[in-house]
Design a protein around this ligand. Structure first.
Ligand code: BGC
Length: 753
């Protein structure tokens, strides 16, 4: 080693050693403080630390003062938060601070695109930045704990909560989960603008039979481990502070009482050190599951399985009697209390329990925060079709803006919009008017989307009344919806932009649908408008993929906007008129029809792989492939893929795969491509998925520019579970693709020795 390097190395050695010693000291300090507190706690106070109530009410404040509550849910605003906190810190015997939680699924007040959309940005730094914004806004409002990220894999878009998750891919899900945890928790959970995150809903909630929310899940251990667990592992490896158990039963055992997932896997295999909270009322629901006799029985079962804190049903008040009767050992309770207190210490709540109310004025809905929302919305919207390069539109044209979602503020925000407020949202109509001015825009709502009134959906919110927007001067604004007005507008315009889809309340929790159709008379409107014969752009706003086969024939361009959030209208207008170029991709395979669910790219081959031949896996009346594959999305340019080079044609089981390919922008505009790496293990100990995503990179190229994109993957990440559930890296030949989506790309192969 050269002599001049030595002092430099010594410096790093001393620095790292001191950091390590400090971290050790810190955790020893915390452990000491926890033990001191534990010794002073009565059984009732221990049960209190493990109990969460909903809302700040006279009853909850009284219970806090009595030491019977460790956390509140849904208390917003610094003043409210501080009032509740004072009851704990100043008026309870042991002065243990509360941890205040809330659902910040896609933004607090600055609402970002729904997660199924933003995952498709494949932009991890931007997703991290968005959650930093969420953490900053939430803490300014007194929230120190968020019930996010929601990382449930889903393959069935009938399930309403597909909108909240990261789509169908375990690798992408794990990367996004980690980025979001880093964003929420920042450098330290103790920082004033950081929150404690909670990965949910552990686990396999998205595999609900029939896509019906809360429904039974029965899947193999292999599917659980290879598909549903990885996003949670990603969150745990990123240091997530808490995990929320799921409502549903998994192979017969409810998520809240599942020792296998909560203790064997989460704690023993993964070494998770934070605490687990149940989902809303789920401990009590063990009775309805037929898994517990009463709340006391349910409490014992949940606690013994590994659920530390009980959300809202107050079942854990039975802890003292369970311990006194000998049903529950006090050491089990103590361990749960330690975990909760440790997170409270790590979150800095003992040092600074109160929110700084002045930050509510400076940190929420700032222009910088809105800018992040606009960028993420631009990157989340997916261009599915662009015949004859209709998009981007010229700003000199007259545009007919038609459809029930064009000026619906509430729906822009999506179904679980934190403290988001409809009045903050920019509608597509407003965004387009801001670009073109009133004179170039004709607006007609066309039809209303009727909320579901029967069956389970009786609670779906009625559509918001027409907003008083920048479109005020426009003919038809505020008028009752009429298809005739829409057709008249289309006839007068050079181009039609049609905004169809679902109301925000038609996806999300308890909002499963039996069909992927456009609700109400929207297709009647679409047909009538298309008859007018003008070039038409369909913009779909929805929480799930809808059946858009008709549009692939009748609309020149299709943009899947999902619910883009508070900056929806600006981001959509940026893309429509070319101020930004689409780069969003599908985080799920797009089904052709409701009947083709489930369709996911990482399926197994079967003994009769899909082919146009009758005696192969498939349907008589429909191709069994996706309408648009996972990872798909167009840009305003074209990219070619070539020169795939497998630099490591042979690797050992502990080696590293290195692959590169050349990607060139062959079009006329600068654009961003999401370059994806897939592999396929040809022969395994179980039959392997036809492709598995193992890497991706966002790449912006100018026209004519080309770049070599390099990927490295550890061989250990190419493994799978054998029938005995051991992780193995199979020797043999693997296919590899560098690709623009999961159904194409340039292909090569390599060997694992
Ligand atoms: C949902 C959770 C949520 C909790 C608290 C439940 O109904 O399933 O996702 O975090 O409520 O609001």
């Amino acid at each position: 080693m050269r002599a001049y390097c030595r002092p430099f190395l010594l410096f790093w050695f001393v620095l790292l050693t001191s950091c390590f010693v400090l971290a050790q000291q810190n955790s020893t300090d915390i452990d000491g403080k926890i033990e001191t507190l534990l010794k002073q706690m009565t059984l009732e106070e221990k049960a209190g630390q493990l109990t969460q109530f909903a809302g700040k009410t006279p009853e909850s404040l009284k219970a806090i003062r009595e030491g019977k509550v460790g956390s509140l849910l849904g208390v917003l605003g610094a003043e409210n938060a501080n009032e509740a906190q004072r009851a704990a810190v100043e008026n309870s015997r042991l002065k243990i601070p509360l941890i205040l939680g809330f659902d910040v699924i896609h933004g607090y007040r600055t609402v970002f695109p729904v997660p199924i959309a933003s995952t498709g940005s494949f932009d991890l730094p931007l997703l991290e930045q968005a959650e930093r914004v969420s953490a900053k806004e939430a803490t300014a409002s007194g929230v120190k704990w968020v019930f996010a990220p929601m990382v449930d894999i889903a393959r069935d878009p009938r399930w309403g909560r597909i909108v909240e998750g990261t789509g169908e891919d375990p690798y992408l899900g794990a990367r996004v989960a980690a980025a979001k945890v880093r964003g929420f928790q920042g450098k330290s959970m103790a920082d004033r603008d950081s929150v404690v995150a909670s990965a949910k809903h552990y686990v396999a909630y998205g595999a609900a039979e029939g896509g019906r929310d809360y429904n039974t899940v029965d899947i193999s251990e292999q599917l659980l481990r290879e598909v549903y667990l990885p996003p949670f592992k990603g969150a745990v490896d990123a240091g997530v502070g808490t995990v929320m158990s799921a409502f549903q039963d998994l192979n017969g055992v409810p998520g809240v009482a599942n020792h296998h997932t909560l203790t064997d896997i989460l704690r023993n295999e993964w070494n998770f050190k934070g605490f687990v909270v149940s989902d809303w009322g789920a401990v009590h629901e063990l009775i309805a599951h037929g898994f517990a006799l009463n709340d006391a029985d349910a409490t014992a079962k949940a606690l013994l399985a590994g659920v530390d804190m009980d959300m809202v049903d107050n079942a854990y008040q039975h802890i003292p009697e369970l311990v006194r009767s000998g049903r529950l050992q006090e050491s089990v309770v103590d361990e749960a209390v330690r975990r909760v207190l440790r997170i409270k210490f790590q979150a800095g709540l003992f040092d600074h329990p109160y929110a700084d109310a002045s930050r509510e004025k400076t940190d929420i809905l700032t222009p910088e925060n809105l800018q992040v929302a606009r960028k993420l919305a631009q990157e989340s919207i997916v261009l599915l079709q662009n015949k004859s390069d209709l998009l981007p539109l010229e700003t000199t044209k007259t545009v007919a803006v038609i459809g029930p979602l064009a000026d619906d503020k509430a729906s822009q925000l999506g179904p679980w919009a934190g403290d988001g407020q409809a009045k903050d949202a920019v509608t597509p109509l407003e965004g387009i008017v801001r670009k073109l001015g009133n004179d170039h825009v004709l607006y007609a709502k066309g039809v209303d989307i009727p909320p579901y009134e029967g069956g389970q959906a009786a609670g779906v919110a009625a559509p918001a009344p027409p907003s008083a927007t920048g479109a005020r001067g426009i003919a038809n604004a505020g008028k009752a919806a009429s298809i005739d007005d829409a057709v008249a507008a289309a006839k007068k315009a050079d181009v039609v932009v049609l905004f169809l889809g679902e109301l925000a309340g038609m996806s999300g929790e308890a909002s499963s649908r039996s069909s992927l159709d456009f609700p109400g008379d929207q297709l009647k409107l679409a047909n009538a408008v298309i008859e007018a014969g003008k070039p038409t752009v369909l913009v779909v706003e929805s929480g799930r993929p809808l059946d858009i086969r008709w549009a692939t024939y009748h609309a020149q361009a299709i943009l899947q906007a999902w619910f883009p959030g508070v900056q929806a209208g600006n981001a959509i207008a940026d893309l429509l008129f070319g101020d930004a170029s689409p780069s969003g991709r599908l985080a799920i395979s797009w089904p052709r029809s409701t009947g083709s669910i489930p369709v996911y790219y990482n399926h197994r081959n079967t003994g009769r792989p899909t082919a146009p031949d009758r005696w192969k896996t498939g349907y008589l009346d429909l191709p069994s492939t996706a309408l648009f594959p996972f990872g798909f999305g167009l840009t305003y340019s074209n990219f070619s893929y070539g020169r795939l080079s497998v630099k490591t044609p042979q690797i050992s089981q502990d080696g590293t795969l290195e692959v590169s390919a050349e990607v060139e922008n062959t079009g006329k505009r600068e654009a961003t491509e999401v370059v994806q790496l897939y592999v396929h293990d040809r022969v395994g100990l179980t039959s392997r998925p036809v492709r598995e995503l193992k890497g991706f990179e966002r790449l912006t190229l100018r026209p004519g520019e080309h770049r070599s994109v390099d990927f490295t993957v550890k061989a250990s990440d190419l493994g799978s579970y054998d029938p005995q559930m051991r992780w193995v890296v199979n020797p043999g030949t693997y296919d590899v693709w560098v690709a623009p989506d999961s159904a194409s790309g340039v292909q090569g192969e390599f060997e694992v020795k």
